[in-house]
Write a protein that binds this ligand. Sequence first.
Ligand SMILES: NC(=O)c1ccc[n+]([C@@H]2O[C@H](COP(=O)([O-])OP(=O)(O)OC[C@H]3O[C@@H](n4cnc5c(N)ncnc54)[C@H](OP(=O)(O)O)[C@@H]3O)[C@@H](O)[C@H]2O)c1
Length: 250
Amino acid sequence: MSEIQEDRLLSGRTVLVAGATGGIGEGMTLALLRQGATVVATGRSEERLAGLADHVKEAGPGTLITRTVNVGDADSEKVRAQLSPYGALDGAVVSIGDWGSPERTGILDISDREWEEMIASNLTSHFHALRALTPLLSPDGALVHLSGFSADIPYPFAALVGATNAAKKSLVRSLEAELGGRGPRVYELIIGPIRTRPRAAIGADNPGWFSAEDLGRHAGRLVAHSGPYADAPLQYLITRAHGVRTTPPQ
Ligand SMILES: NC(=O)c1ccc[n+]([C@@H]2O[C@H](COP(=O)([O-])OP(=O)(O)OC[C@H]3O[C@@H](n4cnc5c(N)ncnc54)[C@H](OP(=O)(O)O)[C@@H]3O)[C@@H](O)[C@H]2O)c1
């Protein structure tokens, strides 16, 4: 697709980015603005949203709207009421989540508290986000959800990340099957390590990884129902060398 087409791909469309203050969320927000979307960027902190607005201030031709709202809140009616001013959404990208403690712990040493905190922040919040956001989408809109590749493979010494990724993937796959083509399209993107500003700042960067902007451009095409993966509800974006696949790379 040429640059001219790409920057009009989402003109006239409204796409919500949940977790827009995160490393992936900010890159996806940038890419969606460059594709011409009106982006409703949500996060729980006004200050972090102000930082996002500053980071993307030069990006266009789209328009950024920031909204302090916790899409992971249990009160889905309240979340929907907070987002109702934006009308039926054409797209929603769910990029929330928490990796838990950076310390690597074996399963047998995980405490009940760590288990419960991870389930709350990395699974229950996603369930709440799906429940609140799906009804806000127009019937020909699209929901794009991200889970890490540990959904599919053993993840020794970070088993809670893997377990919650597997459960999130299952939730999104079931939602897609329940809607059965009669509502918004639902995409589950299984991702490998992603190039983001926060990761680069701690020295974790690799040109072989997809960037957060790459993910945003890809999500924008899915929202527009455009490109070769528009009808693939499960996709793997593990490394650039693997490309986009509909089955896990070996
Ligand atoms: N970066 C990678 O390489 C990578 C690889 C595989 C999978 N992932 C997954 O992709 C997602 C985004 O990753 P990231 O690197 O952008 O993470 P991040 O920088 O930590 O950003 C995640 C954002 O989600 C929001 N959030 C966290 N917990 C939440 C909760 N319980 N309810 C609502 N919002 C919450 C936070 O925003 P506020 O606090 O401002 O609301 C935060 O800015 C995560 O689920 C992560 O596990 C990332």
